[in-house]
Write a protein that binds this ligand. Structure first.
Ligand code: ADP
Length: 716
């Protein structure tokens, strides 16, 4: 700020100096002409009366030469531009010229000297006149005055003193006083002139700045993309710039004095405008309100308004100043984006629905494939080859089931239907379970597996889903490992109560350029077809971990191995073991149960293959069962039979499973165990079944083991 001020002062002083030198040179035509005329008159008058004619001639020549040089100098100055005139040389030369002129005038009483008193008096009068006259043209600078006055007057006074005598002494005394007063008067004139110059320059500068501001404002007003409109409290337009003409289509002439509301507001925006008006009446400025407007051609446009009330000295509102920006394109783009987002969401929804229904549809035939395969496994008369084929079918079926389950998970996550049950998960529990499930696979691949199952600590997570993610990472570490490689799992406590679980392998690794794609669904990078996989596991893992407020990542080096890590809130060295339902022991399904024979079960199922399967499974487990095709038949059948349990499909014609359960419970039969057989693995399906009055739900494909455990649970 200070440096800005100093700069401004310096600039002002420069302007003053320039003005002074201009004024000094500007006065020269008059003063030089006067000097020439006076010199000639003096010469003419003194001709024949001077003591030495040659001296008088010398004086005239000298003063003429000085005047000539100074005139040339003045002419040159007048031809210079402002910048050149500011050069200090002009000032110095002017001072020298003034001094020389003063000296010439001082020489007059010496060179033009006359013994005749009247001519002496004449010389003095001329001399005094020239001195007095110079004040007006030289007082712009104190130095120029002094340079002229001193030689001119001192030489005159000296001449008088040299002359001697009473008259000369008195005259020299009076002259000294005159010079003294002239100089002090000159000093005052100089001060006043200085002040005037300063004030004039300052005023000029201010005027120029104001003019510049007006010019800028006018330029902005005309060229801004903002429509600038002013109107009085009766809404009559008083200002309408070029942008307003362009945006609304009315010329300034057409718009002035028109009612602003009628001119550019649509009917739909009147409420909005009314609200805006109320705010203005409360002296509130309105910033960025979007209003629907109309143009001269009747087109609807959207404008963003910036409006402020104008007040008089009594703070009464006298008008409104408004600026409007046409944002129709932006608004239309926004609408288009919203529309395409909605369309994309719809397409995504359709994709999720498709995935969900496709996997649902796949579960029904899979139910038959896996179910019958399992039944066949217990056939005693099969050859070894046949048994091997059956186990191949079973493996392929299980793989397909896993894929279907993964797609279902993906669809549920995308639809936001997946619900987590967050709890403190003891690390050793998950690690032990993962170890027992993964160890046989590692053994098959001849890989060493190092999982610190005894790790003390917990994380906040969904137990089942964390296990799912870890199994995915561990099975990948096995699948993509090299012969005799190793897999290790370690846990690190990080800052802010974060636990990092790292799963490291010694496999082929992943190249750096592929790493960013690794968590994309269905992206198998460049995994060979010989390694089974779908490319969904990591995508699901990432989404699950993020839903658990965690992060997942990977570092990898080609040909050295990869390290996948999960970070979740938690702590190490704290044991909080939660009792979990122990996995049910696998029943020996090959044995038919004596007790089971006693129970009579009713099965309601409409699909012929599934009918065949469930009846065969029940028979294999030793249960006696009747089959009906829908809920209505089931209700009829139950009238004359005393069933111990009802196994029912959910989606059946006429009366479906839910209706059937509701009717049975509605009839007061609360004891009959009702178990649903559903193709949907969603938890909400189970909730729906329980709500209809059923006791439990088994998800297809139904394994013999699950069927047996469930039946035993409800029949005993
Ligand atoms: P999938 O294993 O079924 O193909 P994933 O989503 O689990 O699907 O993994 C995606 C891809 O990431 C795999 O196809 C594989 O190319 C790569 N990948 C995953 N884990 C590893 C690993 N430990 N080492 C090398 N590559 C891996």
């Amino acid at each position: 700020m200070d440096s800005q001020n100093t700069q401004a002062i310096e600039q002002l002083n420069k302007q003053i100096r320039l003005e002074e030198i201009r004024l000094l040179y500007g006065g020269t035509p008059f003063s030089y002409t006067a000097s020439v005329v006076i010199s000639l008159i003096i010469y003419y008058v003194l001709l024949g009366h001077a003591v030495s004619q040659s001296n008088l001639n010398i004086w005239l020549i000298t003063i003429s030469l000085v005047l000539l040089v100074r005139s040339i100098e003045s002419y040159r100055f007048s031809k210079c531009d402002k910048h050149e005139q500011s050069e200090p040389g002009w000032r110095v030369r002017f001072y020298i010229g003034t001094g020389a002129a003063g000296f010439c005038w001082g020489l007059l009483p010496w060179l033009g000297y006359s013994h005749e008193v009247e001519y002496l008096a004449f010389i003095m009068i001329c001399q005094v006149g020239v001195i007095a006259g110079s004040l007006s043209t030289l007082s712009y600078r104190w130095e120029t005055m002094a340079l002229f006055l001193w030689p001119a007057s001192i030489l005159l006074i000296l001449r008088l003193i040299a002359e001697g005598g009473h008259f000369s002494n008195v005259t020299s005394f009076v002259l000294s006083i005159f010079v003294f007063f002239s100089l002090s008067a000159g000093r005052r004139i100089f001060n006043n002139t200085q002040q005037n110059i300063r004030l004039r320059i300052e005023a000029d500068n201010r005027e120029r700045a104001i003019e510049l501001m007006h010019q800028k404002q006018a330029l902005h007003l005309q060229n801004t993309p903002l429509a600038i409109i002013e109107f009085d409290i009766d809404f009559n337009i008083s200002e309408w710039n070029r942008a307003a003409e362009r945006i609304f289509g009315y010329s300034k002439k057409e718009a002035l004095d028109e009612h602003v509301m009628r001119l550019i507001l649509t009917r739909d925006s009147s409420t909005e405008a009314e609200k805006l008006w109320q705010r203005l009446l409360n002296y509130e400025a309105v910033i960025g309100t979007v209003i629907e407007n109309k143009t001269k051609s009747g087109a609807t446009i959207f404008c963003e308004w910036f409006v402020t009330p104008l007040t008089d000295e009594n703070n009464d509102i006298v008008g409104i100043a408004a600026m409007a920006l046409d944002i129709t394109d932006k608004k239309q783009n926004e609408l288009a984006i919203i529309k395409s987002k909605e369309e994309a969401e719809k397409a995504n929804q359709a994709k999720s629905d498709f995935l969900s229904s496709m996997s649902h549809e796949l579960r029904t035939p899979l139910n038959a494939i896996l179910g019958f395969t399992q039944l066949l496994k217990y056939e005693k008369e099969l050859t070894r080859k046949q048994q091997s084929h059956i186990s191949e079918i079973g493996n392929a079926g299980n793989l397909l089931l896993e894929l279907v389950n993964q797609i279902l998970d993906l669809a549920r996550i995308e639809k936001g239907h997946l619900q987590l049950s967050m709890e403190q998960v003891t690390l050793s529990d998950v690690f032990k379970e993962c170890h027992s499930m993964i160890a046989p696979l590692a053994e098959q691949g001849n890989l060493s597996l190092d999982i610190k199952s005894e790790t003390d600590g917990y994380v906040i997570a969904d137990y089942t889903r964390l296990k799912q993610v870890m199994l995915n990472l561990l099975s990948n570490a096995i699948k993509y490992n090299v012969k005799n490689g190793s897999i290790s799992l370690k846990v690190i406590q990080k800052e802010n109560n974060i636990i990092r679980i790292c799963i490291k392998d010694t496999g082929q690794g992943i190249s750096e350029d592929l790493l960013p794609e690794i968590f994309q669904a269905f992206n198998r990078l460049n995994a060979t077809n010989s390694i089974e996989g779908t490319g969904i596991g990591l995508s699901i893992s990432k989404q699950l971990i993020e839903m658990m407020n965690g992060t997942i990542g990977v570092t990898s080096k080609l040909n050295e191995g990869s390290e996948f890590w999960i970070e979740l809130p938690g702590k190490l060295n704290i044991t909080t073991s939660i009792e979990r339902e122990s996995q049910p022991a696998t029943p020996d399904a090959s044995l038919t149960n004596e007790a089971a024979m006693k129970h009579n079960i009713l099965v309601a199922e409409d699909n012929p293959t599934n009918q065949n399967l469930i009846m065969s499974q029940l028979e294999a487990l030793g249960y006696k069962a009747d089959l009906v095709k829908n809920g209505q038949e089931a209700l009829n059948k139950m009238i004359n039979n005393n069933y111990k349990l009802l196994l029912t499909d959910c989606n059946m014609p006429l009366v479906d499973g839910y209706k059937l359960a509701k009717t049975i419970r509605g009839q007061g039969n609360t004891k009959l165990p009702i178990i649903a057989l559903t193709a949907d693995a969603f938890p909400e399906k189970k909730a729906q079944c329980l709500e209809a009055g059923m006791d439990d739900q088994i998800t297809k494909p139904v394994s013999l083991e699950t069927l047996q455990i469930t039946l035993e649970k409800y029949l005993n």
